[in-house]
Design a protein around this ligand. Sequence first.
Ligand SMILES: C[S@@+](CC[C@H](N)C(=O)[O-])C[C@H]1O[C@@H](n2cnc3c(N)ncnc32)[C@H](O)[C@@H]1O
Length: 259
Amino acid sequence: MPHPDHEKNRAAWNEMVDLHVNHPEYRTKEFLEGRSSLKRIELEALGDIRGLRLLHLMCQFGLDTLSWVREGAIVTGVDISDKSIQRANELKIKSGLEAEFIRADVLDLVGVIDRKFDVVFQSYGTHVWISDIARWAEVVAHYLKPGGTFFMVDDHPIGVIFLDPPQDYFSKEPERDTNAVDYCDWNYRIKGELVEWQHPLSEIINALIDAGLTIEHVEEYNYGYYNVAEGWYSKDGEYWYPPGGPTKYPLMFSLKARK
Ligand SMILES: C[S@@+](CC[C@H](N)C(=O)[O-])C[C@H]1O[C@@H](n2cnc3c(N)ncnc32)[C@H](O)[C@@H]1O
């Protein structure tokens, strides 16, 4: 049975994806001209991936997935949103790159793909959409070959305490937003409901350990990965600082683990 709140998010992502494909923030045109959408952190963390099989979870319309293909990986991208997978397949054809895209809820993936991977990857805006982190970690572990690498880079969960009003870092209740704006197009109000879950860093780390992975490295960063609000600035076009400069608390974290 599909998860009812994940299905609400699926509808919302179906609604949002075209805004993203066409938004300057995603630089789809530059990607088609040969620019990689991958950022420094994941490129440095995964290094030379030529010839490796990579599973990209929650890939949206496949920009990063196809950029990993340009790095030499053999890639499968998965996303819950039908429209995103449709756009990913269109981008695949336009770019002339080879990849496989599958529409599935990450929590229901086991059985949908029957291969194992050298690398499982997900990035920038993913963990908040997962209702069950323990199950998610089992899926990650399931799809890794022995010795394979998991890498994620994402918003730091501490961010919720700096919202107005602040939210509970340890909240177990999903945050339901019926008035959300798109994170690229701040003038666009999403019609459906967005449902997000809060996961303390310890919950993510312990879920991966419990699923049988060895955590190799955790990093925290005093900058973010997109232009969050008016006044934010970027030095490199990849990472973003609030008006006051580097923050005194983490905006992102990354995590590398091995099976
Ligand atoms: C912010 S994007 C992250 C990917 C990438 N950083 C990007 O910006 O294109 C989040 C993606 O997660 C997908 N997603 C949300 N819930 C999901 C789920 N339960 N299973 C698989 N994908 C999901 C959404 O459809 C969306 O494409």
